[in-house]
Every structure is written in C-alpha cells, then in structure tokens.
Design a protein around this ligand. Sequence first.
Ligand code: CO
Length: 312
Amino acid sequence: MAKNVSGVDAEPKGENEKIDSVAADVGRVSYDALKKASEMVKPGKKLLDVAQYTEDVIREQGFELAFPLNISVNEQAAHYTPSLGDEKVFAPNDIVKLDIGAAKDGILGDCAMTIDLSGKNGALLDASKRALDDAISTVKAGVRVSDIGKAIQNAIESKGFKPIRNLGGHGVMEHNLHAELFIPNFDNGDDTELEEGMIVAIEPFATTGRGMVSDGDSYEIYDYIGSPVVRSQNARSLLTEIEKSYHHEPFAVRWLSNVVSSKFGLYSGVRELFSAGAINAYPVLVELGNGMVSQFEAEVLVEKDGCKVLTR
Ligand code: CO
C-alpha cells in the first residue's frame, strides 16, 4: 500500500533474526495471496468476491491482514477496497491494481501487481514492472533513496510514461506499515541511505497522466487513532470492535458488518468516528489527469551487498 508523505528513520537493530524469519513467512503468504487474487480478476467478476476470497486465504493460514485488499482500477492508483455489498464488477478494458499484505506478530507484508484485462496496455505495465526490477537491483546497504528513485524514474520515462511523484515506497517496521522512510518514484535528491537489516517496500507507479494523485471521494479504508467520546450506540459499538481487533493496522469498513449489519448504520457510525477523530481515513487516490495507472510492489530485506525479495 502506498505512502504519500516523507521522512527519515532507521530500522532498530536487535532481535533481527526473529523478525527476518517472520518477515519471510509474511512475505511468502502475501505473495501467494496476491497470485491467487490475480487469477480471479476477470471481466464480470465482482471485486467484492475477489477481496473476500483473498483475505480469507490469508486468515485461514493463521495470519492477519496488514491492510484490506486494495483493488484500484484504471485512474485509481490506490486505496480502493470494496464496500459492504459492493456490486461493482470488472469491465473488459480495466487495468486492475491489486495490493495486499499479510501480518504476523506485528510484522507486515506488502506487495502489489497490475492486471491488464484488455491486453492492450502491455507497455504501461512493463514500465512499472521494469522500474521495480531496476530498483531492486539498486538496493543494498548504503544506497541513497534518491538513487532508487532515479532508477525508477529512468525505467518509467524511457518507456514514455510518468512516475507518480507523490506516491512511493516506505520502510516497514513492527505495526507500522508506513515507517518513516520514504522511497521516492523519482530522483528527489534525498540522500538518506538504506541500512543493512531494514525492510522496505518499493512500489513504482507509472501513468499516462500527470504523474500526481489526489484524494478521490471514496472512503473504505481507515485506521485507529484514539478513543474520544462518541454519542451514538452504533459508533460506540464500532469503536469497541476497532479497539479490540484493528488497534494497529488499517481495516475495511465492510469488516465491521458483524457489529452493525445495516449498510446505512455502519457507514454513518464510521463517519461519526472519523469526525470525532477516532479513526483516520485513507481516501482512494486518483491520478490528477485521469491517466491510466500501473503499479508493481515488492518488499525487500536490505543486505550488505544487495537485498532479498521477501514477497515472492
Ligand atoms: Co506499500
């Protein structure tokens, strides 16, 4: 899942071996779910069915979800997940981004791919895929994040597309999908260096549009901030469930239908929690020029002379 602010931090050293082994499991389970999801994406298929199946695949293996399956189509770059009872189906010409992560013991997976249902957008998909490969071959301890961004930018621009500049990859720390490190999709001049043992997600986005995203008007993913006083019974029950089950990682509104089953009651309760400052929203991110968007993402462990891809 993409990050759109910048900052700097380092992975704390210490119990790294345990973290690395859980990270390898989480990465493998994430990638396996991503592949299974991709096989279901066909014209006429409901987005909701793909999301529920994929999320269940992860839960049935004893893992949690780092975040809901993002299914972002065409000019949507990220952060759409089906609503409760969502009737949307894939259209024959859709460009579909799937972004998923498993979690265990607070260690989070994160990987993404794009499916081109018409088969006519191979070059756009190649641009972000090639950018990811080039970025991965750049990663090692001591490399500057701007050098990774430069590799991504070069790969995408050489195919005639634009990288999305206000989306990027990120560090991954326990219970913090968007740990402070920001991996740009262009050469932003940031000379922050990667360190051995860091886990980072790299996610190039290529577009036919302007190379920027802004907030759309769809809100299906939130995360917990705190517990202010809220008035309605629905909002109070939702907050209790969020504190219990989704204290750390982002969740989908539809995951809360066990608490409030009516769609109206559920969404108005969630809006009340958002207004009260109990939860933070991840609005769907839409390309500013309504350009088509492709994305590939992998999570890697930074090593002295290279990196290990965890999500494969
Ligand atoms: Co990500």
